[in-house]
Ligand binder design. Structure first.
Ligand SMILES: Cc1cc2nc3c(=O)[nH]c(=O)nc-3n(C[C@H](O)[C@H](O)[C@H](O)COP(=O)(O)OP(=O)(O)OC[C@H]3O[C@@H](n4cnc5c(N)ncnc54)[C@H](O)[C@@H]3O)c2cc1C
Length: 420
């Protein structure tokens, strides 16, 4: 590209933008000290709706500033407001931004990490031109409407129907566990368009307007106390055919695009952030504070937690190197996600062993009851974005070359398969 800045020029540009628009964090890295600052270690942030809306407005304002300065979609096509710069520029921006206080951007993880790449690959040129700039500028937020009460791991078994009516489709059915549906403007949905085809073949993808008549979003309260996701009911919701993703009955391919991006974004961010969350220093100081740091069994368990996080980090680096080299991340992402949840689980168990009843009794003591948020959040992480068991099947089959899982539709009972 003729006018591609060098990385140094780009660094100057980003630094100037950040200096002008955000407050720089103090230079020295603040060491963790037991009893100081926040003791929050939650995986799912619990905020009330009013605070959430306030945070969303700040997050949107920040993304809009970035986009207007030409930094909203660094790798994206210029026709949609992107810069078409290589991934190294994106990474450089991300690393520079961490040095500044900017509003948390978690609201856009699903929309930009999963829905937008699918729209880019499968939507009509008009819909791409309309929605992608709005998504990257955070004028609109997207959610993923895949899971249903009877279809999660077995996504292709979904029941939501879409029936054609002239230039429109009429959608009926229910989705569930839809993260962020309550603040989303659009959703990527997969619906059944031909019940006579084998289940993977009768599906079609659409982009739906979350504010359209007939869409009802009901929050679901999880055991951590908050309500991060929802049930979404569709009653005669009309979607224009222009908002179809891919060809009719090719929705499985569309869904796979999204799921691959989902695993890549959880896995890529995951293994590293997990260690930040429950940093080894925090665990070490927890042991010292409660006088168990000389206990050989505790030391062994702590070393085990540390080693497993390190192994996950190296595996993650391997996947990142593959992406850097222009290859698609493969089973490493399933391993990364599985390692992340395993390590969070290991951490939660370790902390529970050290704290005992303090983890379930709110005495107001710093750094004790707060761990309950991690403990109650880990099971959700083990399910979201592919359950541990399903990921193990993927690793078994695609990495280790084991025989295929008989699956839910197996004609031959599992016991019979074992005999052969
Ligand atoms: C925090 C969180 C956020 C989520 N956000 C979204 C979202 O935004 N949008 C969305 O569409 N969905 C979302 N989901 C839903 C998620 O994708 C599903 O929960 C997941 O796919 C599992 O489906 P299920 O809950 O129906 O469980 P099931 O598929 O019914 O699984 C039940 C149990 O059976 C096991 N199992 C199933 N199949 C097999 C097999 N072949 N071999 C071995 N064991 C198996 C599973 O591992 C699990 O333990 C979210 C879930 C969570 C926890």
């Amino acid at each position: 590209m003729a006018d591609m800045p060098t990385l140094d020029e780009f660094r100057d540009e980003v630094t100037a933008f950040l200096d002008a628009n955000a407050e720089r964090k103090a230079d020295e890295v603040k060491q963790f000290v037991w009893g100081e600052g926040s003791d929050d270690v939650s995986l799912f942030e619990e905020v009330d709706r009013a605070k959430e809306l306030e945070d969303l407005a700040k997050a949107k304002a920040w993304r809009a500033k970035r986009y207007d300065a030409g930094l909203g979609w660094i790798g994206g096509p210029t026709e949609y407001g992107g810069r078409e710069l290589p991934a190294a520029y994106d990474r450089l921006y991300a690393s520079l931004e961490t040095k500044y206080h900017v509003p948390a951007q978690g609201f856009f993880g699903i929309g930009l990490g999963m829905v937008a790449p699918t729209i880019k690959d499968h939507a009509s040129p008009e819909v791409r031109a309309d929605l992608l700039p709005k998504m990257y500028r955070a004028d609109i937020v997207g959610c993923q409407l895949f899971s249903e009460p009877g279809a999660g791991s077995d996504l292709a078994g979904l029941s939501m129907t879409a029936v054609r009516d002239g230039d429109e489709w009429i959608l009926n059915g229910q989705k569930v566990w839809t993260s962020g549906a309550h603040y989303s403007d659009i959703g990527e949905i997969i619906a059944r368009t031909d019940a006579d085809q084998p289940k993977h073949k009768g599906l079609t993808g659409f982009v739906v307007d979350m504010k359209a008549p007939g869409v009802e979003v009901r929050p679901l309260r999880q055991m951590t106390g908050g309500a991060n996701f929802n049930e979404v009911f569709f009653t005669d919701v009309r979607v224009p055919d222009t908002h179809r993703l891919g060809d009719v009955n090719q929705g499985w391919t569309v869904a796979l695009t999204t799921l691959m991006n989902e695993r890549a974004s959880i896995g890529a961010g995951g293994s590293g952030s997990g260690m930040g969350l429950a940093s080894i220093t925090r665990l070490q100081q927890l042991c010292e504070h409660f006088g168990v740091s000389d206990d050989p069994l505790v030391r062994q368990q702590l070393a085990d937690v540390y080693i497993n996080f390190q192994v996950a980090k190296y595996n993650n680096q391997r996947a990142m190197d593959k992406i850097k080299a222009g290859q698609l991340p493969g089973p490493e992402m399933s391993i990364a996600k599985l390692s992340l949840t395993g390590n969070l689980w290991r951490t939660a168990n370790f902390v529970t062993d050290v704290l005992g009843p303090r983890v379930i009794a709110d005495t107001g003591e710093w750094g004790t009851f707060s761990w309950g948020q991690l403990l109650c959040g880990v099971p959700g992480m083990k399910v979201a974005g592919g359950t541990d068991e399903v990921l193990k099947n993927i690793i078994g089959e695609r990495v280790l070359g084991l025989p295929k899982d008989p699956g839910i539709d197996a004609k031959t009972p599992f016991r019979e398969m074992l005999k052969n």
